[in-house]
Write a protein that binds this ligand. Structure first.
Ligand code: ATP
Length: 440
């Protein structure tokens, strides 16, 4: 390893799980594939805190487990101090397990309730034979003091401690083996806000004292902002943006990051900034969207170049198109899969009547102007909606999908360097930042 090499690096890392209801399905390999981690590259330098953020289910925990060697990747590699984990023998893997430790989200659940705290913290010392048995009690007392607990805590049981104290115990246990990297998976999420701050302070003191590196996993960008040197934003198994907190918070951002940023509660109750509400849930990782996986929810999805359409308007057209595709796939009355009756409709009987299911009313339901500024787009949309209103959902679907295909759904965006001037390289994987000159 050279001085410039990161301590821990993931290259093209993938993890797929197979869902299956029963043993037979599993044996026949008939389950569906979940792409929990889908081609991740990242690195953690010595003494650095890398924050990893994203909504629930985007693959943060799975990525953390791969990095500590708790799970095997389906593809790609994890390289620790220049060595690929896949090439390590048993002894070297054991060593890695001591160097890279995992701190779990729910402190109480991660501690064995049957054991006194001294045994919990001392267990790794015994397993890895790190400290001779006659000096273990002293080491346990030291570790407890390091995390701000009394040495007498060793004789008590986890249930006697608060959530914050349990997290301190979990951190003491992780520190017992003198690791270089801690993967902290939502370490403060289960704690009260006042306790959260104390645990975050403790982590930063420990980092200063022992030169630790952290992968700090959280769904909460406002927590990560305060602890991370660099932040990686994850969506559906992929890293969509990486950079320093300043680059993310003050510079250009991926539209997904913008939505996360806008969701951070502002201390000023009078704040009336624009909150970006993402429509729909995170899509399933079983059959993730093509191209840029965020295109199904992105407020800045790019319209086809043939038409002159505002993003906001095109978002409505895309939503209609995607809902209609679901409706046709499901069969039945397409209105059930569409935004119908439109939000705010008061006369449900009238709205349900066929006579109100018109091209104009469908546009209203999706926030699409009655007349699009682009004539060709308007003609195509009206033709599709008239077919839909007349009961030919398949014709409407086919017309919309031929006409309104976004580049975001056809090509997977590579990360583009948008700022290389500061300490960190700011990279965004979004077609809006695609440097066509470089591509050409
Ligand atoms: N052992 C497993 N078997 C099958 N699917 C799994 C397994 N572990 C995770 N998954 C799936 O992989 C995807 C990513 O899950 P993961 O727990 O890594 O996400 P996360 O971002 O950490 O979410 P959360 O914040 O809710 O913990 C999800 O769709 C999840 O259901």
């Amino acid at each position: 390893m050279t001085g410039d090499d990161p301590l821990l690096r993931a290259e093209g890392l993938e993890k797929r799980f197979t869902t299956s209801d029963g043993l037979l399905e599993r044996l026949l390999g008939r389950g569906e594939t979940i792409r929990a981690v889908d081609g991740v590259d990242l690195e953690i330098a010595e003494g650095e805190t890398l924050g990893l953020v994203g909504e629930s289910g985007c693959g943060k925990t799975t990525l953390g487990r791969l990095l500590v060697g708790l799970d095997e990747p389906s593809a790609g590699s994890v390289v620790y101090r220049g060595r690929d984990l896949a090439t390590l023998d048993r002894r070297e893997r054991r060593e890695l397990r001591t160097n890279v430790q995992y701190v779990f989200q729910n402190p109480l659940a991660s501690l064995n309730p049957q054991l006194p705290v001294g045994d919990i913290v001392g267990e790794p010392l015994a397993v890895h034979d790190i400290v001779p048995p006659d000096r273990r009690d002293d080491r346990i007392a030291d570790l407890l003091e390091t995390v701000g607990l009394e040495p007498s805590a060793a004789n008590r049981y986890p249930r006697e401690f608060s959530g914050g104290q349990c997290q301190r115990i979990a951190i003491a246990r992780a520190l017992a083996v003198e690791p270089e990297v801690l993967v902290c998976d939502e370490p403060v999420t289960a704690l009260d806000v006042s306790v959260q701050a104390r645990i975050l302070n403790l982590l930063s003191e420990l980092q200063a004292e022992f030169g630790l590196s952290y992968l700090f996993v959280s769904h909460d960008l406002s927590v990560v902002e305060h602890v991370a040197d660099r932040i990686a934003v994850m969506y559906l198994g992929r890293i969509v943006e990486r950079g320093s907190p300043t680059q993310l918070f003050e510079g250009d951002s991926h539209p997904y990051t913008e939505a996360l940023l806008s969701a951070i509660p502002e201390p000023d109750p009078c704040w009336e900034g624009d909150r970006i509400v993402l429509e729909g849930d995170v899509p399933s990782a079983i059959d993730p969207p093509s191209g840029c996986q965020f295109h199904t929810r992105c407020p800045k999805v790019i319209p086809p170049s043939a038409y002159d359409l505002e993003c906001e308007v095109f978002r409505g057209v895309m939503d209609l198109r995607l809902d209609l595709a679901d409706a046709v796939a499901d069969g039945g009355d397409p209105r059930e899969a569409l935004r119908w009756p439109p939000a705010g409709a008061t006369n449900a009987t009238a709205i349900d009547a066929d006579s109100t299911f018109t091209a104009g009313a469908i546009k209203d339901a999706y926030g699409i102007p009655r007349t699009l500024t682009d004539e060709d787009a308007e003609a195509a949309l009206t033709e599709a909606l008239e077919a839909l209103a007349a009961g030919d959902a398949e014709r409407a679907r086919s017309r919309l999908s031929r006409t309104f295909e976004s580049p975001c759904e056809t090509d997977r965006p590579d990360p583009q360097v948008v700022d290389d001037s500061g300490d960190a390289r700011h990279r965004i994987a979004c077609h809006r930042f695609y440097d066509r000159a470089t591509r050409e």
